[in-house]
Design a protein around this ligand. Structure first.
Ligand code: NAG
Ligand code: NAG
Ligand code: NAG
Ligand code: NAG
Ligand code: NAG
Ligand code: NAG
Ligand code: NAG
Ligand code: NAG
Ligand code: NAG
Ligand code: NAG
Ligand code: NAG
Ligand code: NAG
Length: 830
């Protein structure tokens, strides 16, 4: 056990730029003789227990300084020698100091004297101080500082939606690092690496299994597996917790009920809890999703959500455990023909009447907005409505509705729209970020959680750039006041180095990424407009309506938007405190970016910007796609400044994103153009002078195919091979001016085959590609907005009379589908 752990520390020093070290790669920083001489000469660790966070901090300091400065410091467990780095708890530090005592988990970092002091209020805090100091050094920051750093809130957790079979719900980076084959994985090496990353951003709790929980987690062998996971996380100061299935007493325990008020159910949970704490004495607690989206819960027995939650809470109390109880409870069979039905109302409707009825160790876990991790939502009004209940905010690092890590979307600017939003409770300044730690309502507990869903992919999230979101989540949970761009730049320096051009470029791309994504997906508070009943990935605006899920747009020929006013709508705006309710009730004071969230208007309604709603849709989609295209050029300017592996990996994703942004742009603009009949003032929508539709080419072995939804194919039509075993050919004779063009070909990459396409100009092969992208987003078995994609061949010389032809070889169930060819002069995006 110990040997494995020590061996691990040695092995992990071997670095490859495959992303596995995240922001903890400790790349060399130039340090000449004077700098070397000024470095401390030893590490003094005030704890020699090899599984303690303080001990780990000492190892991490030695390893980091070795890699950053090529200097090996001896690690001692004795006295505070001059010129040493001293790491430990304040309680164990008996050299003179006069610093104020930090809060729980807080630390003092002091580099002003002849020693470097890294002193935690507890062991975890000492480890945080060590990571903070190493982060400074790794960024070439040698300034002399002395300060105390305290956490914003006691709860700083992550949630992993890992299933027992090793799959991950809404995970885009390969299978689980925790589970396989219905049990806990044997090899927890990646879990340990993950614990290290989490500790470095001061995360102190992790729920290791899916909120849609499987009761088999409670099998004895699995509880023993949880003990092994906890042993791996404990040295990093991260406590584990688990999600429970509410019906376990019946489905797993063999009782004939799971009614919260039944004494046998209560004692069953007590017993299970005691069994688990015997194996994991420092279990953080439980997470429960109940009576939500088909999950069992207290409502099954007409018990209140509080009655259900309190059974777990009481079982946990003797062990100081916490119950996180999700507020994501709503009816998914709503009737859209009722103008006043509104899923957004559900959380306040269910939870406000229960305020004060939850046990003291319950925390209600509230998604940032009232629907579901959309590209923009107003702050959940539940934050303003529970003044006698602990709450936590639930963010999502995994980009379920936000491009599934195949689109660059730096999320903190989105999160800040909620964290910084002033709810004006009782007319007093009360931003959401003050509610969650318990400050506004004087609650003892509260904080943060984020759904992360890392997988076995070496990049953790499937994309190198997506890691900025995980890093920033931890930083914000410690201090939500820090600027999103400052956090980003720390991450860039740690991940890609301190070159000014690298810093500026990745900053510009990342900061533009969420506004761009919002532009080409859903605008004006109209949600992401993705396919909400299939993949949550590509465009399908019609999927929002005509079902019971309640993510409605109410779009018809005249207008669009949910009327959530009290006056004439669902009454949702009235769930906010008076000043905020007034702001949203009145269409004139509602900000443009939430207009359609709160009001139903005609497409010709004029925004504060002066544009009509429909023209804004058109403009934003075109602008957003242009911005996405600019990321490719920006990234290419970094070719010589970033290692090949990461450069190529990111480039491929950005090229994909640029192509898919056109799919999004065209789908949404065509959909609303078709519905409203209102033309684009700029004449872009429906006009594509550079395109040749595949169905208008000369076809042999290919045939036209009407794509559904229609807006996910140019001219609603694609072509597919007539047989799934014989190649097809599409050809056309060009009648364009001679010149150099970028040749963009839109096709569909379906799940179920790897077709091969080859494109020729006369007798020359221009290029070849296969339908096998493994970018990690949820695949589709259909021709639609998820599978639609583009390949581009740059700088191709073409002349009138040239014959352009494409051969498509189908494979499996993928009939080599093609949508169109675009011959784009330099600089044209279409
Ligand atoms: C070593 O530290 C770990 C983690 O803090 C703790 O659980 C364990 O009891 C300690 N062992 C000893 C012998 O103090
Ligand atoms: C690291 O330091 C050793 C001597 O301590 C030296 O031999 C080696 O060249 C250094 N490596 C680098 C990369 O500077
Ligand atoms: C702190 O005091 C104890 C007992 O007086 C001593 O054994 C220990 O070495 C001291 N620790 C340091 C870091 O000076
Ligand atoms: C930092 O350390 C120096 C030298 O030990 C000490 O004089 C100073 O009070 C410390 N400052 C803080 C804020 O702890
Ligand atoms: C899961 O079980 C299958 C079949 O029994 C086996 O091939 C595979 O290696 C197992 N996977 C893990 C991660 O244990
Ligand atoms: C729960 O896990 C078991 C064992 O891995 C599996 O057979 C079962 O299908 C799972 N149940 C659900 C609802 O996923
Ligand atoms: C408590 O749980 C253990 C392990 O699941 C089981 O063996 C035992 O019978 C249970 N005890 C009671 C009183 O239910
Ligand atoms: C719950 O209450 C409803 C309405 O009062 C009743 O029809 C239903 O039978 C009750 N269900 C249970 C399980 O008690
Ligand atoms: C809590 O909210 C209720 C209304 O929901 C209000 O009546 C009460 O005064 C509030 N209490 C505090 C302490 O703010
Ligand atoms: C009020 O709601 C009705 C639907 O109940 C809708 O048809 C009407 O347009 C709304 N009026 C205003 C002024 O928004
Ligand atoms: C988003 O669209 C708006 C409206 O067309 C435009 O003003 C803005 O520059 C766009 N932003 C990005 C990042 O694409
Ligand atoms: C990481 O995942 C991507 C797809 O998301 C895949 O292309 C790549 O091969 C994976 N790499 C590793 C090392 O698993």
């Amino acid at each position: 056990m110990l040997c494995t752990f020590l061996l691990y520390l040695l092995c992990a020093i071997v670095a490859a730029e495959n992303g596995s070290q995240g922001w903890l790669r400790y790349a060399p920083v130039s340090c000449e003789k004077a700098c070397q001489d000024a470095l401390p000469s030893s590490v003094v660790v005030l704890n020699n227990n090899e599984t303690s966070p303080v001990y780990v901090a000492g190892q991490e300091l030695q390893r980091g300084i070795q890699r950053i400065f090529n200097k090996t410091l001896p690690v001692n467990y004795g006295d505070c020698a001059a010129s040493s780095i001293i790491v430990g708890t304040l309680g164990d530090y008996n050299c003179t100091h006069n610093t104020p005592e930090p809060d729980e988990d807080g630390f003092v970092l002091n580099t002003t004297g002849d020693t470097v002091q890294l002193l935690g209020q507890n062991q975890r805090g000492a480890l945080y101080a060590a990571f903070e100091y190493l982060s400074m050094l790794a960024q070439g920051n040698f300034s002399r500082v002395a300060y105390t750093s305290n956490p914003h809130a006691p709860i700083r957790w992550v949630n992993e939606w890992d299933n027992m079979d090793g799959s991950i719900e809404r995970g885009y980076a390969g299978p689980s690092i925790f589970f396989a084959n219905g049990t806990v994985a044997e090899d927890l090496t990646r879990a340990r690496d993950y614990a290290r990353l989490l500790a470095s951003i001061r995360i102190n709790g992790i729920i290791v299994n899916n909120v849609n929980a499987n009761a088999t987690l409670l099998e004895a062998r699995n509880i023993d597996g949880l003990r092994r996971i906890a042993d791996v996380f404990r040295p990093y100061g991260v406590q584990i917790g688990i999600s429970l299935n509410f019906a376990s007493p019946q489905d797993f325990g063999g009782l004939d009920t799971f009614d919260s008020l039944n004494p046998s159910v209560v004692s069953w949970w007590e017993n299970v809890t005691n069994q688990i704490y015997q194996r994991v004495p420092d279990l953080a607690g439980y997470l429960v999703k109940a009576s939500s989206e088909g999950q069992p819960g207290p409502l099954t027995y007409n018990r209140t959500l509080a009655e259900g939650a309190n059974v777990f809470a009481r079982a946990l109390q003797p062990h100081d455990g916490i119950l996180m109880f999700r507020a994501f409870v709503y009816d998914n069979n709503l009737n859209e023909s009722s103008w006043t039905a509104d899923r957004a109302n559900a959380a306040v409707d269910y939870f406000k009447p229960l305020d004060g009825e939850f046990e003291e160790n319950v925390i209600v876990q509230i998604k940032y907005g009232p629907i579901d991790f959309q590209v923009r939502e107003p702050a959940s009004p539940l934050f303003a409505n529970l003044n006698r209940t602990n709450v936590a905010i639930e963010l999502q690092v995994t980009q379920e509705y936000l491009g599934q890590q195949c689109h660059l979307v730096y999320l903190p600017p989105l999160w800040k729209t909620v964290l910084d939003f002033d709810l004006q409770v009782d007319g007093k300044v009360s931003p959401v970020r003050d509610v969650i730690p318990g400050k506004t309502f004087n609650r003892p507990l509260g904080g943060w959680t984020a759904v992360v869903n890392v997988g076995t992919n070496t990049t953790w999230l499937g994309s190198h750039l997506a890691m900025s979101n995980l890093y920033a989540y931890g930083r914000l949970a410690w201090d939500p006041i820090v600027d999103s761009e400052d956090i980003l730049q720390d991450w860039i320096r740690l991940t890609f180095g301190s070159d000014q051009h690298v810093l500026d470029t990745i900053t510009e791309m990342s900061m533009a990424s969420w506004p761009a994504y919002e532009n080409y997906t859903g605008n004006l508070g109209e949600q992401t407009l993705t396919d909400i009943i299939y993949t949550h990935y590509g465009p399908n605006p019609a999927s929002q309506d005509n079902n019971g899920w309640g993510q409605w747009t109410r779009a018809d020929r005249q207008g669009i938007g949910m009327d959530r006013t009290v006056n004439n709508g669902t009454g949702y705006s009235g769930q906010y405190p008076a000043e905020v309710a007034q702001l949203y009730e009145d269409i004139d004071t509602t900000p443009d970016d939430l207009l359609l969230w709160f009001h139903h208007v005609n497409y010709t309604y004029r925004l504060h910007s002066g544009k009509t709603v429909i023209q804004h849709f058109y403009d934003a989609h075109y602008d957003g796609a242009e911005t996405a295209h600019s990321f490719v050029d920006m990234w290419e300017s970094l070719r010589d400044k970033i290692d090949q592996e990461r450069y190529n990996d990111v480039l491929a994703r950005l090229i994909y994103q640029a192509g898919h942004s056109i799919v999004w742009r065209d789908a949404i603009t065509n959909f609303y153009h078709n519905l409203s009949g209102i033309p684009d003032e700029m004449q872009r929508v429906g006009h594509h002078p550079w395109r040749i539709e595949a169905e208008s080419m000369t076809l042999s072995g290919y045939e036209p195919y009407a794509v559904y939804p229609f807006e996910t194919a140019s001219n609603a039509t694609a072509i597919i091979t007539s047989s799934n075993s014989t190649a097809g050919m599409a050809s056309t004779t060009l009648s364009i001016p001679s010149g150099t063009y970028n040749l963009a070909i839109n096709y569909y990459d379906l799940h179920g085959g790897e077709s091969l396409w080859t494109v020729y100009r006369n007798d020359d092969q221009i290029g070849q590609w296969t339908g096998d992208t493994k970018l990690g987003h949820i695949p589709s078995t259909y021709l639609d907005g998820h599978s639609a994609t583009r390949v581009t061949f740059r700088d191709i010389d073409l002349r009138p009379g040239d014959v352009l032809w494409i051969v498509g070889e189908p494979d499996g169930t993928e009939p080599a589908p093609l949508d169109y060819v675009a011959l784009l002069p330099g600089g044209v995006v279409d």
